[in-house]
Design a protein around this ligand. Structure first.
Ligand code: BES
Ligand code: MN
Ligand code: ZN
Length: 520
């Protein structure tokens, strides 16, 4: 889908040739030499200021003289990056946004073959340094990586079930990147961006599939597929094994269901001596609320309640591709739907989780924590990981607190929390930390069992995390509540309206940069 070319951009035959431009206050935008004249006249006329998302489309055969040699491409697109930024994470985001904008524009003009000229750092750096002397330099590989991510993520669409709409613009088939930097570093960066973006798109696909298609069984099959493709070991715990192990949480949630639950476990072991990171993702393939039924309006969105599981299993696809040498990664996806009916779990019921802790069910709609609790306790007991990260569309309350712009982060370990915050910043998937503490844990004390599954309306996101905390002991652990970001995430050129694929890229970044945690 993405290749590097060393051909001169002007000589390269494509449907669309793309240049980037950086905005400056009261001066013409910074851009590559070959489009400087055009950009200058566009800027003088006030038609183009190189704001983020701003574009100009030019047709090569209409380009008059005085604009240099006519390129072999049918069209030229100039895309604004916005103002120069000091921070590399911000520059990455600008490039991703530009990539998303390019993908959108390319689609509109039905371009099948697109060449993007990466902003030539060597060429524009002196001018950038004039504006921002403190600027951190982004290297060629990272530039190619961020642009590739934006292109691939922005090129995404889910059309499987749109059989009749023949006029929908097709996704771009092939992107080419070029730049003055060494082709090998561009290639390395583009590859990195491509594998993560493809994985995030895979997570979007899983979420877009309806609850009658993306069932727990599908999670299991995808796990087996990763085993076949990459040699990552996949084990699937079925209902009888869950009964034997005493996984009362996942079994309770599954009680009203017509299809059996699965606990999908993936083991990537690079070396037994390496530190082990454990990932857990909520794979609730449809959440009706159960006996504590949800209102009908918007209930269809609850097919997205498996986005935590999708992020985790897609991140494992990248682990398979890259086979990191310095870390072991274990992934657990507890998967079931949450339905009502004669056999379903009821408010007032008391269940026993893996490990023996009992829980009073107050609300059957607080089911995510029930399936995660078993997976966390079982995973920690079985693998003794050095750190645990779980992801879940866990509470509506996180949307009230943080809206659709930031993932809620709760952790019992500051350095793990710091890693996740940093990974989120560099991938454009920001998180915001909320506290934990005994005051909150007190809200889930039960009169009849060890704990209860809801803590009332106040601090709903925190009490949900406090429930999970009961099952991780002293193991460094972080919980990401992605209920607000898994779909309907912040509007961006590279994020579609439906599922965002959130957290896949954050997890990949966390894994790629993994080193043992400080004690904290
Ligand atoms: N899957 C939902 C959380 C959710 C709600 C995600 C809205 C995205 C949008 C979760 O299982 C749930 O129902 N949580 C309840 C907990 C409550 C009953 C304590 C909630 O947030 O209302
Ligand atoms: Mn629920
Ligand atoms: Zn749920």
């Amino acid at each position: 889908m993405i290749s590097i070319t060393a051909k001169k951009p002007e000589k390269f035959r494509s449907d669309l040739l793309v240049y980037c431009a950086v905005r400056r206050k009261d001066k013409m935008p910074i851009c590559a030499e070959s489009v400087r004249k055009v950009v200058k006249s566009l800027w003088k006329s006030g038609d183009f200021r190189a704001k983020s998302g701003e574009t100009v489309l030019l047709y090569s055969d209409l380009l008059g003289h005085g604009h240099g040699t006519r390129p072999a491409a049918a069209r030229i697109l100039i895309v604004g990056l916005g103002e120069a930024k000091e921070n590399v994470d911000e520059v990455r985001e600008q490039l991703r946004l530009a990539g998303g904008t390019v993908a959108g524009s390319a689609r509109k003009c039905k371009a099948a073959k697109v060449l993007v000229v990466l902003p030539q750092m060597k060429e524009i750096l002196p001018q950038m340094k004039e504006i921002l002397p403190q600027m951190q330099e982004i290297n060629a590989a990272d530039t190619a990586e961020a642009m590739s991510e934006g292109l691939v993520l922005g090129n995404y669409s889910f059309d499987r079930y749109k059989k009749e709409d023949k006029d929908r613009p097709e996704p771009v088939r092939k992107f080419y990147l070029t730049g003055s930097d060494s082709a090998s570093s561009l290639r390395r960066g583009a590859k990195r961006g491509l594998v993560t973006a493809v994985a995030a798109c895979r997570a979007r696909d899983m979420a877009n599939e309806p609850g009658n298609v993306w069932t727990p069984e599908k999670f299991a099959r995808f796990g087996k597929e990763l085993q076949r493709r990459y040699g990552i070991k996949c084990r699937v715990l079925e209902k009888p094994a869950m009964k034997k192990l005493g996984m009362g949480g996942i079994l309770a949630v599954n009680q009203g269901s017509a299809s059996p639950p699965k606990l999908v476990i993936l083991e990537y072991i690079s070396d037994k001596k390496n530190p082990t990171l454990m990932l857990v993702g909520k794979g609730l393939t449809f959440d009706s609320g159960g006996v504590s039924l949800k209102p009908a309006a918007g209930m269809e969105d609850m097919k997205y309640d498996m986005c935590g599981g999708a992020a985790v299993i897609s991140a494992m696809q990248v682990v398979g591709e890259e086979q990191p040498a310095n870390v072991n990664v274990i992934a657990l996806i507890p998967a079931t739907d949450n339905m009502s009916g004669g056999a379903a779990v009821k408010p007032g019921d008391i269940i026993t989780h893996f490990g023996g802790k009992t829980s009073e069910i107050i609300n059957t709609d607080a089911e995510g924590r029930l399936i995660l609790a078993d997976a966390l306790a079982y995973g920690i007991k079985t693998y003794g990981p050095d750190a645990v990260v779980d992801l879940a569309t866990l509470t509506g309350a996180v949307i009230i607190g943080l809206g659709h712009h930031k993932t809620g982060l709760l952790a019992n370990n500051d350095s793990l929390a710091g890693r996740l915050l940093a990974a989120g910043e560099s991938t454009g998937e920001p998180l915001w930390r909320l506290p934990l503490g005994p005051e909150y844990s007190k809200q889930i004390e039960s009169k009849v069992a060890d704990i209860k599954n809801t803590g009332g309306r106040p601090a709903g996101t925190i009490t949900a995390a406090a429930y999970l905390q009961e099952f991780v002991g002293e193991t460094p652990w972080a919980h990401c509540d992605i209920a607000g970001t898994a779909w309907g995430f912040t509007e961006k050129s590279y994020v579609p309206k439906g599922p965002s694929g959130i957290a896949t890229r954050t997890l990949v970044t966390l894994i790629r940069n993994w080193k043992p945690l400080n004690k904290s």
